[in-house]
Design a protein. Structure first.
Length: 257
């Protein structure tokens, strides 16, 4: 009886160890959860056949490659842009990749990776618009995307504006003559004018400086940041980022809600 009890105890202990190991494998470092705001084509958007679930775009392709480089699986959490920093801080996501511009204010709340893309703000207007530079917006109806760099730029100029949560909503305002100009990132502007006839891009390098996109992680998460940086630096060196950007600039990134 004692022998049987001892054997049973060993079996139970072994079973418990298997369960514990399985639990560790499923909740350990084999997955990286990226937060994004999938309203920013060609960087992130929703589509029927995404490369990660229903999500696709330049950032999503980069996120997938980062995970693969580290023998991990990438998953996506889609949320409002303004919620990304909070989600990082409370552990809801591991990293944020959303065409996020590196700024001093944001760097106080998160740690940024090596930048992977350089962009600038531009103005989208109707083809017959008389807006030729940023100061021409002074008496115009301006629309921006809430939380994006364009909103900060317009604030710095001191002009009143209306903010929308989606780029598609902002562009619809312009198409329907409910505003005169949309201020937004250059790559996304190219996508929107390609999808909507009668629009053009106006640049003003004196008003809008170049900005760098990077991936954000929780303050102090150096282990994950080092992994992300190693992957980004490799992709920059071998031309992968440029290839991805060119691929999505040429492809049809129409959103499918």
């Amino acid at each position: 009886m004692k022998k049987f009890t001892k054997v049973l105890s060993l079996v139970l202990a072994a079973s418990l160890m298997v369960v514990m190991l399985a639990s560790c494998a499923s909740s350990g470092g084999d997955e990286i959860v990226f937060g994004t705001n999938a309203e920013f084509p060609p960087f992130e958007f929703v589509t029927a056949n995404g490369i990660i679930d229903s999500y696709d775009g330049i950032d999503i392709a980069i996120a997938k490659q980062i995970a693969e480089d580290n023998d991990m699986t990438a998953t996506i959490e889609n949320m409002e842009f303004d919620s990304l920093t909070i989600a990082l801080q409370n552990g809801q996501i591991d990293a944020a990749i959303a065409g996020m511009t590196v700024t001093a204010d944001r760097a106080e709340a998160v740690d940024f990776s090596t930048p992977y893309y350089t962009a600038t703000q531009v103005m989208i207007v109707k083809e017959d618009s008389d807006i030729q530079k940023a100061t021409d917006m002074a008496d115009k109806r301006i629309v921006v995307i809430q939380g994006y760099t364009g909103e900060v730029c317009v604030q710095d100029l001191g002009y009143p504006y209306e903010a929308f949560k989606k780029g598609t909503e902002a562009i619809l305002e312009l198409v329907n003559d409910k505003c005169d100009v949309v201020v937004i990132d250059s790559a996304t502007a190219e996508k929107f004018i390609g999808d909507n006839e009668g629009l053009k891009i106006v640049e003003d390098s004196e008003a809008f400086e170049n900005e760098e996109y990077a991936i954000a992680v929780k303050k102090g998460n150096t282990e994950l940041l080092d992994k992300i940086n190693a992957s980004i630096e490799k992709m920059l060196a071998d031309g992968t980022v440029s290839e991805i950007a060119a691929q999505y600039a040429e492809s049809d990134t129409e959103e499918a809600e």
